[in-house]
Design a protein around this ligand. Structure first.
Ligand code: FES
Length: 163
């Protein structure tokens, strides 16, 4: 176990299945993130050692690709659309209401690790604008209140039908 309770033997098990060359880096990072939900620093050190890749190269890759996360993500990921169709119909107001309600900024995760908020450029459902997703669920024609109300379902709070 690493200092943060990270079981590095799982990382070693992933590394064993790959050639010890730099081109293994991205698939290894993907698998390790799949195990922990993000890439704790100690896993990056183990990957660097295992593949003989420098830490600066690893950080370069991890920060270049938006699919990789260096900090824990929430149990539920909110994707707030800020594309043009959503923006002109008030998407920013809905996002601001969500951020105020959760007391975090876009890109951040709540302290209880329940929610992460991300912004995206288009969710492909412009006819529902403004729209956001929580995990795999779409919520459209948002007002700030409807956006905040939609989160109830993802908390351990009693859910009011029709809210
Ligand atoms: S711009 Fe928001 S869904 Fe397309």
């Amino acid at each position: 176990m690493g200092e943060n309770g990270i079981d590095l033997s799982k990382v070693e098990a992933v590394l064993e299945r790959y050639e010890k060359i730099e081109s293994s880096l991205i698939p290894v990072l993907q698998e390790v993130q799949g195990l922990f939900g993000y890439l704790p620093e100690e896993t990056l050190v183990a990957i660097g050692r295992g593949l003989r890749v420098s830490m600066s190269r690893i950080y370069g890759v991890v920060t270049f690709y938006s699919q990789f996360y260096l900090t824990p993500r929430g149990k539920h990921v909110i994707k707030s659309c800020q594309g043009t169709a959503c923006h002109v119909r008030g998407g920013k107001g809905a996002l601001d209401a969500l951020c105020r309600h959760l007391k975090i900024e876009p890109g951040e995760t709540t302290e209880d690790l329940n929610f992460t908020i991300e912004t995206v450029a288009c969710l492909g459902t412009c006819f529902l604008a403004p729209v956001f997703m929580v995990d795999e669920d779409y919520y459209g024609k948002l007002t700030p209140k409807r956006a905040v109300d939609a989160l109830k379902k993802y908390r351990n709070e009693p859910h009011t039908e029709g809210a």
